[in-house]
Design a protein. Structure first.
Length: 318
């Protein structure tokens, strides 16, 4: 629902799309232009992405200093460790000048690590306020799903439906955190641009690489144009995010949507059944022959699924 400038409310269901790591609002645009939704479709840039900067709250990123936590062992893009190249197991900073402090001003780097996802959610909340949005449905891709869950923890009364698009409500375990640290080592070895050149195609199913080649180049450019420092802060936010499964379970009547790819190496389908089992009021869609980028790998299929979710939300509101 949106408010007009005179304070009156428009009775439509606003859809908010949140992009994933290393992306921008442009990550959703090709699909968003095809979605049929009974209300406005809004796509912000998350903090540190696109036109948005990470808020300067007097805190340096922990990875801005030489004392950043790192896993031992060198890596190269030829090691076959493609699991390290996915957004759910990534640590990143392309800067060669890593000198600096882990603590600046009155707030510690630890405070930033604990609050990073909240920073992104707060920025989205402020952006929606500026757009005059009251209640809305939010669908987040990958990291955007984590931000969507953080919004649910902050403003549950404003959320009319929540979608996890190639995303999940779990926190990182220690293995995934170590993978992010190893990926940071890889970034330092080969540089930010070369890392992104390998990172983006690894999000697609091998059978879709040729048909999605033009889109992969576009996404590579979006990723490579991100500030390495801001990307680092996004990674820290993912690395230290809180588990939100209990929050999702508590909102039993909230319309929920989970979209997963049957070939997704980032969020393997086999490991998702346990956390999905207890979710009420759920629309579950498994995308065939798809990895982590359903909006690009099978866009027409996804357009139809968005329409189904729109109807699902509408029925819940009656």
């Amino acid at each position: 629902m949106m408010k007009k400038t005179d304070g009156r409310r428009i009775s439509t269901t606003v859809l908010v799309l949140l992009h994933g790591f290393s992306g921008s609002r442009a990550s959703w645009l090709p699909l968003a232009n095809q979605i049929s939704w009974n209300g406005p479709v809004l796509i912000p840039d998350l903090a540190g992405s696109g036109a948005e900067v990470w808020p300067d709250w007097g805190v340096a990123s922990a990875f801005d200093g030489r004392n950043a936590p790192m896993a031992s062992g060198g890596l190269s893009l030829d090691d076959g460790n493609l699991d390290l190249l996915h957004s759910d197991s990534l640590g990143v900073d392309g800067s060669k000048n890593m000198e600096g402090s882990c603590e600046v001003g009155s707030k510690s780097a630890e405070w930033l690590l604990d609050s990073g996802m909240g920073i992104m959610a707060q920025a989205v909340e402020a952006w929606l306020d500026a757009q005059g949005v009251d209640s809305f449905v939010v669908v987040g891709h990958s990291m955007g799903g984590y931000v969507a869950l953080e919004l649910l923890s902050r403003i549950p009364h404003r959320i009319a439906g929540l979608g996890l698009f190639h995303s999940h409500p779990l926190a990182d375990d220690e293995e995934k955190r170590n993978n992010r640290r190893r990926s940071l080592n890889l970034i330092r070895e080969v540089g930010h641009t070369r890392f992104m050149d390998a990172f983006v195609p690894a999000l697609f199913a091998p059978a879709n690489l040729e048909s999605c080649s033009d889109r992969i180049q576009e996404l590579r450019a979006i990723a490579s144009n991100q500030s390495p420092q801001n990307i680092c802060r996004q990674i820290e936010a993912m690395m230290h995010r809180k588990e939100r499964l209990n929050l999702l379970l508590a909102h039993r009547s909230l319309p929920k949507w989970v979209v997963l790819g049957d070939q997704d190496p980032v969020i393997p389908l086999a490991g998702a059944w346990d956390w999905m089992a207890g979710l009420d009021n759920l629309q579950l869609d498994i995308l065939p022959n798809t990895a982590h980028m359903g909006m690009d790998e099978c866009p027409l299929h996804c357009v139809g699924l968005f329409e189904e979710f729109n109807n699902f939300v509408n029925r819940a509101q009656k």
